[in-house]
Design a binder for this molecule. Structure first.
Ligand SMILES: [Zn+2]
Length: 300
């Protein structure tokens, strides 16, 4: 998706509104009021359309992140375009420069676009699944772990647990700490029991292994990183991508939004083999976030 193609498709606010209207209130969509399959006609001068039968007004942006904001619809679309067309994401600072909104506005827009990217529950991970955890801001070294963390489970830094299917999906989660309890809860919730787990030698994984089809541990302490099929390079690759991206684009990110940033990275990662341009994948999410049922009294 090139910039000129973007401008061709969305030259102004009306074009963006038309896009949303076609998505949510295309011809034949039951009118929220009279419930008849209707055509909706644009009401001139307003961001609304009216039902051909009863004249009920519908608003294509209602319930979306773009509704009643100070930012124009085209700028929202452009922000999505920018965010989706870079491999590692774009910072609010860059957006501020690109589209001329204030930093505060840019930050808020990104935050909201990111909330759309959280994966729907598309089933537990399965097959060969690599699991690894990392303190945000650096993993405690094995040496520190033995010496200092032997009894201390809680680190002050948030822990990111990433679970990755080889050649498949990733699920990164912010968890309270790297203790067994937190790790067990996350892994059992997200990884199918019939899976083969690949981890390092951290104790928390050892004690969960019995629930799974198999468990291979890589002996990082002995400086072994790959032993045939046994490695955790896929999950380490994801961490590398995330950390480089954060360092390069955002410099540092608030832990409050850490999960949202992880979701953004996971969203890209999970679509790395998809032929659908990222822009449309992002834009589709606007549709999904629309609580359309709210305006349908009888919920057909
Ligand atoms: Zn109607």
């Amino acid at each position: 998706m090139t910039y000129s193609r973007f401008l061709e498709l969305f030259p102004d606010n009306d074009a963006c509104l038309e896009y949303l209207k076609a998505k949510f209130f295309g011809d034949g969509t039951p009118c929220p009021k009279c419930e008849r399959p209707s055509k909706f006609h644009r009401i001139s001068g307003r961001s609304a359309y009216s039902c051909q039968f009863c004249g009920h007004h519908v608003y294509p942006t209602a319930g979306t992140i773009m509704h009643k904001t100070t930012v124009s619809l085209q700028l929202w679309f452009f922000a999505i375009y920018l965010m989706s067309s870079t491999r590692c994401g774009i910072s609010a600072k860059q957006l501020e420069r690109e589209i001329g909104v204030t930093y505060k506005t840019a930050h808020r827009m990104f935050k909201q676009i990111r909330t759309l990217l959280a994966e729907d529950d598309d089933g537990k991970l399965s097959g060969d699944v690599e699991v690894d955890e990392s303190a945000y801001g650096g993993k405690p070294r094995a040496y520190d772990t033995r010496r200092k963390l032997g009894r201390i489970r809680k680190t002050h830094k948030p822990t990111i647990l990433a679970m990755v299917e080889r050649k498949g999906r990733v699920r990164p989660l912010v968890i309270p700490d790297r203790g067994s309890r937190s790790i067990h809860m996350a892994v059992t919730q997200h990884v199918l029991e019939d899976s083969m787990l690949f981890t390092d030698e951290w104790n928390a994984y050892q004690t969960i292994a019995g629930r799974y089809r198999g468990h291979r541990r890589i002996k990082h302490l002995a400086k072994v990183y790959v032993d045939g099929e046994t490695h955790t390079q896929t999950v380490e690759g994801f961490f590398g991508l995330f950390k480089n991206g954060v360092r390069g684009v955002y410099h540092a990110i608030s832990t409050t939004y850490l999960q949202n940033y992880l979701d953004e990275y996971a969203f890209r990662y999970n679509r790395r083999f998809s032929s659908q341009p990222m822009f449309w994948a992002f834009l589709e999410r606007v549709e999904k976030a629309q609580p359309r049922l709210a305006s349908q009294p009888h919920g057909s």
